[in-house]
Design a protein around this ligand. Sequence first.
Ligand code: IMP
Length: 209
Amino acid sequence: MSVNIIFATGNQGKMREIREIMKDTDAVLYSAKEKNISTDVEETGATFEENAVIKAKDAYEKGLAAGITDAVYLSDDSGLEVDYLNKEPGVYSARYMGEDTSYDIKNDAIIERLNGVPDEKRTARFVSVIAAVLPGGESFYVRGELEGRIGYERKGQYGFGYDPIFYYPPLGCHTGELLPEEKNAISHRGKALALMKEELVKRGILGGR
Ligand code: IMP
């Protein structure tokens, strides 16, 4: 029997990534938007884990109210942690310097705050936590990370957010220089989605196609 998975996002890029990862399973995937479930919820958590669970539970409650009782709800919360900045911007990655401030300005500000800081202290990581709420209401989460360093200038024409300043040592370039499929193959979200798939299979919720 196949399982319905509702991903609490309206973001098409995230949907494409999860569809790709889940394509060898029997999951039937929907975005919350496709199910008319609003993803509007305040992210009041202090950690990625708390926010991811808040978002997944919110979608679960709204789904129940709409009469959906058999679905698994997933949501992700992600961001950039810069070690030298005490892990800022962290859960505030989207809100850093204001939600409407351009990423060129945000990225330049981070480079400026690291002015004179040597390579070994420029360590940073992208984090993605994916939370699941099961039909009975039980929740759990998994975490994926991508380790790198803050570069010295913005580079690349791909990606989004902080990709232009995120140097990824194994490939010797900024993630903003990677094609979408190259980035997905190494990304924090790709890792978290793969772990979520593994966990759902282990729990007997997901099967093969
Ligand atoms: P979310 O959609 O609430 O998880 O917000 C995540 C924020 O973290 C984004 O708006 C970006 O600023 C940042 N972020 C997360 N993942 C990435 C990535 O892969 N590249 C660049 N920035 C990212």
